[in-house]
Design a protein around this ligand. Structure first.
Ligand code: ATP
Ligand code: MG
Length: 655
């Protein structure tokens, strides 16, 4: 069997400070090991205890895990609860006046919303939805700008048992129409427009276009939140203004008591690798996953000011904006805009102004902010920060070090959190008061998560060798099925090759001598060069470690002798080079990679762009780069691409 070769060596180790460790929710490796041991000794008992401790149940569960229809696992199946009750009502007595959300609008104005106010707004909107006939189990599509109302819309669905499907507000009419059709949704919640970076973003108009494409006959109403003064070009008889719908509604709303296994939401994955899948999550297990990770990974403290920069259109915005922080009773910042408006100081200025303690963002944001001003964080008072986090892609060690030193002042642990839409919550991440971190590694699985790395037959590979990342036991916040396609669910995540027993994440990874896990990239992106299988991450990180390079993506192109040749797409910190300049830098970078990780990984070809093709969630789209590297025409759907114009530049080779 072919394993994957690891060529990157990274040995820097950052243990938590004494001060952080002593105050942490899970303190020291003793604390981490004790939890792991509990989980190993009594797996179901471990999760049952956490479920009782962290979730408020209407009807407590007596059953923990039901595997009889595996891989369609059930957790806490006879318990009943309401997720919105857990996020709002249960905080009212003790923290009703605590800010739940500090909303910062695109133009910089900020508004606090207390738990009591948020509860009232959710109740009014939930009553409004009920008045339109929305009931338990109905699907509601949320196509909203980032803001308090997006959270209210999702929480209101949860309150009445409607299944929300949030579609990111940058997706096209076609993507929206497909998602409405697939879920057979009865209602869409949108806004007349959004505001991002000083520009208005059409939303209601896109909904109109989506409905005009056909296949959305299930839709009965469109609720429109008025974000700007611009009047809609078109007003359908099915449209209802948000403010009119809620004006007369009572500020109390009896929650729909849901079974733990009733679906809370569907979320279509971002589409980095193909046709979007409607990932279906449960109510009880999902909520527990977000709560336990808020406590362990974000080391939640009642006086924290938490800020996750993700849009609610992604799983990160579900688990760590809409649900986790509210369920645990945190104060969080919700941001409407973008990191580069009015300039690249925005994030740093917001951290300083709102005294953010816990900051969670994506490597793509970090890399682009380094490019736009590596010294800008130093011009702000970031001393409120105590913990940093990343998610979405592997973080290149050089970007990690910058984040640690320049943003975190060398004082804040970084939690590099590996997880997926499908996993619902963090899976592999350092518990910041326990696990020493290494730049570029997501470190160790959380207690109760049994991760492993296996070859094609499902046998564990030896440390140092790369293979497929799998999870060996079901966990509470796992995906329950793909909406309307249980066969695809089984085939994709619990394939026959592994006897249907292992959850296949789709990523490649290896462990090091400390048992730390290093994500190497997507399995589909693994390169095969002269019989060596190489992950994309390590070559990319070697390139990013060069002082000239801001970002890099690596793919394979068929090669007669080697099997595959390495093609690197590179964005420099300086302007895109051309001609002789480009040749010289390309040669320099080839030498650099040979020196950093060896000749085997040396790019055969280097192409420079001003940017890389990315999904709307900021991930590099390597499947498109593979097509470009081969010199073929792009026939794939590029509608989820952030910056389609960049593709032309990347057709030109520097060497
Ligand atoms: P699709 O499944 O439609 O292709 P996607 O996988 O990009 O989209 P998400 O569920 O948002 O959709 O992303 C999960 C993936 O992101 C993981 O499988 C992994 O490849 C990558 N990822 C997330 N966090 C990390 C991390 N901390 N380190 C490395 N990779 C990460
Ligand atoms: Mg995925």
């Amino acid at each position: 069997m072919s394993t994957i070769d690891s060529v990157l060596k990274e040995n820097r180790l950052f243990p938590p400070s004494e001060d952080f460790r002593v105050k942490a929710n899970v303190s020291g490796m003793e604390g981490y090991n004790a939890l792991c041991e509990q989980a190993n000794n009594d797996y179901e008992g471990f999760w049952a205890d956490l479920g009782r401790e962290l979730v408020s149940w209407k009807q407590p569960f007596t059953k923990v895990l039901n595997s009889t229809e595996a891989p369609f696992y059930k957790w806490f199946e006879d318990g009943t609860l309401n997720v919105s009750y857990n996020c709002l009502d249960r905080h009212l007595a003790g923290s009703g006046d605590k800010p739940a959300i500090i909303f910062e609008a695109d133009d910089g104005t900020s508004t606090p919303v207390t738990y009591r106010e948020l509860h009232q707004r959710v109740c009014q909107f939930a009553n409004g939805l009920r008045s339109l006939g929305v009931k338990k189990g109905d699907r509601v599509v949320v196509y909203m700008p980032m803001g308090v109302e997006a959270v209210v819309a999702m929480q209101a669905c949860a309150r009445i048992g409607a299944i929300h499907s949030v579609v990111f507000g940058g997706f096209s009419a076609k993507s929206l129409q497909e998602r409405i059709g697939d879920a057979r949704a009865s209602l869409v919640i949108t806004a007349n427009e959004g505001l991002r970076g000083g520009k208005s973003v059409p939303l209601q108009a896109v909904v109109d276009d989506a409905l005009a494409l056909g296949g959305c006959e299930s839709i009965q109403h469109i609720v429109v939140f008025q974000r700007t003064q611009t009047a809609p070009a078109q007003w359908d008889a099915r449209n209802v203004w948000w403010h009119e719908l809620t004006a007369q509604q009572p500020t109390e709303c009896e929650p729909e008591w849901m079974n733990a296994e009733d679906p809370l939401f569907i979320l279509y994955t971002s589409g980095s690798t193909g046709k979007p899948k409607g990932i279906q999550h449960s109510s009880g297990g999902y909520l527990l996953g977000t709560l336990v990770t808020m406590k362990w990974v974000f080391d939640y403290k009642p006086d924290d000011v938490f800020w996750c920069t993700a849009d609610v259109g992604w799983i990160t915005g579900h688990s760590y904006v809409c649900y986790g922080p509210l369920a645990i009773g945190a104060t969080q910042v919700v941001f409407e805009g973008i990191p580069t408006y009015p300039d690249a100081n925005r994030f740093w200025s917001m951290i300083a102004r709102h005294k953010v303690t816990t900051f969670y963002t994506a490597p793509t944001a970090i890399r682009s902010l380094i490019k736009l001003g590596a010294d800008l964080p130093g011009q702000h008072d970031l001393s409120s920060l105590r913990l940093l986090g990343t998610v979405g892609e592997p973080i290149n060690p050089e970007a990690w070090i910058w984040y640690h030193e320049v943003v975190g002042g060398g004082r804040c642990p970084i939690v590099d959190t590996w997880w997926q839409t499908e996993t619902g919550a963090h899976m592999i991440a350092p518990l910041p008061g326990a696990v020493a971190t290494k730049p570029g590694s997501c470190t160790l699985p959380l207690p109760g998560i049994l991760a492993d790395i296996v070859d094609e037959s499902g046998a564990p590979v030896e440390p140092g060798k790369g293979g497929a990342l799998v999870i060996k036991k079901p966990w509470p916040s796992m995906v329950r099925t793909i909406w309307g396609d249980p066969d695809r669910f089984k085939k994709t995540y619990f394939p026959e090759e592994f006897n249907g027993q292992l959850y296949l994440a789709g990523d490649s990874a290896h462990t090091d001598e400390n048992g730390y896990i290093w994500i190497m990239g997507r399995i589909d992106d693994v390169l095969n060069v002269s019989g060596h299988r190489l992950g994309t991450m390590e070559i990319e990180s070697a390139l990013v470690a060069n002082p000239l390079v801001a970002e890099a993506a690596v793919v394979g192109r068929p090669h007669e002798i080697k099997g595959e040749a390495v093609v690197a797409f590179v964005v420099l910190k300086q302007n895109r080079p051309e001609g002789e300049d480009a040749k010289r830098i390309a040669r320099e970078l080839r030498e650099w990679v040979a020196h950093e990780i060896g000749k085997i990984a040396q790019p055969d070809e280097i192409r420079f762009g001003e940017n890389l093709p990315k999904t709307r969630s900021g991930k590099i789209m390597r499947r498109l780069l593979r097509v470009i590297a081969k010199g073929e025409e792009i026939t794939q759907d590029v509608s989820t691409l952030e910056n389609p114009a960049i593709l032309e530049q990347l057709r030109v080779s520097a060497l």
